[in-house]
Design a protein around this ligand. Structure first.
Ligand SMILES: [Zn+2]
Length: 376
C-alpha cells in the first residue's frame, strides 16, 4: 500500500526563535522491504520555483503508480533564501548577507573514499571479487552520512550556506538517484548530466543536455556522484571493478520568479519517464520523446556584455542562432543624438540560446547569454 509521510524539518529560525521549516514528503509502498531511494529537491535557489510546482505534480502522479523505490521530495528546500527579498523579487540565488551561492557549499572530500577503502578487510575484497557490492554500498553511504554529521557538529560551526547544503545532503546521501530542480534566470529547459549518463538523460524529454565531467565544483549533483567515482577508482587500483554509482542530475526547468502548472505537468511527465526507464517505478505509460542535443560543458559558453546600458534581448531562450547574428541591442542614453545610441551584440558562434540575463539593465561583464555551441 502507498504510504505518504509529511514532515516539517526546521532549518531556520527568526531572531525570536520562531522556527522556519521545509516540508519533506516521503512516498513508498510499504509492501517493499528493500527499497531503492530517489531524492528530489527544488528551489535551493529560492526564486527558482518551477521545480516546486513539478514536485506537486509528481506527488499527484506517484499516487497512481507502482513505486519500486522510496521517494523523498523536498519542495522549497531553502528556508533562508525563501525569506530574503530584494525589492519585489526573492534574492534567491545568493545569500543576501554573504553573497554565497546557495548551490556551491555541498560537502565533498576525496579523503572520505580514501579512508573508507583503507578500512576495508580481506573479507570485503573477497565479497567484492565475487561481485557482491551490497555491504560496501551500504557502509559507504553510512560513512558519507557520518562525515556530513561531523561537519555540522564540529566545534567551529559552518557558514549558513554550508549548514543548509550539508543538512540537505544528509537526506540526499541515502539516495540512489538525486534530482536537484532549478531554473535559469530567463531560460529554456535544460539538464546537466554526468557524461556517462548523457544518453540516458534523453529519457527526461528535455531538449538540451549539458554533459559534465564527474568532478566536484560545489553543486549537489556533483557532491552526490563524485564520491562513488572516487570509490570505484580507488577499488580499481586494488584490482576490483566496482559498478554501483549514485546518479544525479541538475534539472533546469525554465525561468526564475515564475511557475506554470501546465509546464509543470510536462516537466513531471519527463521526470516520470526517466524514473520508469531507470526502474524506480512501474505502470507509467511513457511519453513521446522530442529529439535532444547533448553539448559538452566546454561548449556551453557564457557571453559577457562588453557594454553597459539597457538591453533588448532579440534571441529568445531555446532559439537556434548563427554565428554573427544580432542577438541583442544595447541602448545608451548618452548617445541618443548620435549614431552610437544602439550597439548590436552578435552571436560569437552557432548554437542554441539556453538562457539570458533576467534584467534589461546591464553593465560591462554581465552574463548576457549562455549558448550551447553546435559549431564554432
Ligand atoms: Zn539554480
Amino acid at each position: 500500500m502507498l504510504t505518504i509521510e509529511k514532515q516539517l524539518v526546521t532549518l531556520n529560525q527568526d531572531i525570536a526563535g520562531q522556527e522556519i521549516g521545509i516540508p519533506v514528503y516521503r512516498l513508498f509502498d510499504d509492501r517493499q522491504k528493500m527499497r531503492k531511494k530517489v531524492y528530489v529537491q527544488s528551489a535551493v535557489h529560492a526564486a527558482e520555483m518551477q521545480g516546486s510546482a513539478v514536485i506537486y505534480r509528481l506527488i499527484e502522479h506517484l499516487k497512481t503508480l507502482n513505486l519500486a523505490a522510496e521517494f523523498v521530495l523536498v519542495p522549497n528546500c531553502n528556508p533562508f533564501g525563501r525569506t530574503q527579498r530584494a525589492g519585489e523579487y526573492l534574492q534567491g540565488r545568493f545569500d543576501a548577507t554573504t553573497g554565497n551561492n546557495w548551490n556551491r557549499f555541498y560537502h565533498y572530500d576525496r579523503q572520505d573514499a580514501v579512508e573508507f577503502v583503507r578500512g576495508l578487510t580481506d573479507e570485503d575484497f573477497e565479497q567484492l571479487n565475487k561481485g557482491d557490492e551490497t555491504s560496501v554500498i551500504k557502509r559507504f553511504k553510512s560513512h558519507l552520512l557520518t562525515q556530513l554529521q561531523n561537519k555540522i557538529d564540529r566545534d567551529w560551526g559552518v557558514n549558513t550556506a554550508q549548514f543548509l547544503n550539508t543538512t540537505l545532503q544528509e537526506m540526499a546521501s541515502k539516495a540512489d538517484l538525486v534530482l536537484d530542480l532549478h531554473t535559469g534566470p530567463s531560460s529554456t529547459r535544460h539538464i546537466y548530466a554526468p557524461h556517462n549518463l548523457a544518453e540516458q538523460a534523453k529519457a527526461f524529454n528535455i531538449e538540451n543536455i549539458i554533459s559534465i565531467p564527474t568532478s566536484f565544483a560545489g553543486a549537489l549533483d556533483e557532491a552526490s556522484f563524485t564520491p562513488w567515482w572516487d570509490l570505484a577508482e580507488l577499488l580499481l587500483e586494488r584490482g576490483v571493478t566496482f559498478n554501483y554509482r549514485v546518479d544525479a542530475y541538475t534539472v533546469e526547468l525554465g525561468s526564475q520568479e515564475n511557475i506554470s502548472l501546465d509546464a509543470a505537468e510536462q516537466d513531471a511527465l519527463g521526470i516520470l519517464n526517466y524514473l520508469s526507464e531507470a526502474g524506480f517505478l512501474e505502470g507509467f505509460e511513457g511519453v513521446p520523446l522530442t529529439p535532444s542535443v547533448v553539448t559538452e560543458l566546454k561548449n556551453y559558453k557564457t557571453l559577457f556584455s562588453k557594454h553597459a546600458g539597457m538591453v533588448e534581448y532579440l534571441a529568445k531562450p531555446g532559439e537556434k542562432v548563427s554565428k554573427g547574428q544580432v542577438i541583442a541591442r544595447v541602448l545608451n542614453s548618452l548617445e541618443f543624438d548620435s549614431e552610437n545610441a544602439i550597439t548590436e551584440v552578435l552571436a560569437p558562434a552557432t548554437g542554441t540560446i539556453i538562457l539570458h540575463y533576467p534584467s534589461a539593465a546591464v553593465q560591462v561583464g554581465t552574463q548576457l547569454f549562455k549558448i550551447a555551441i553546435s559549431e564554432k
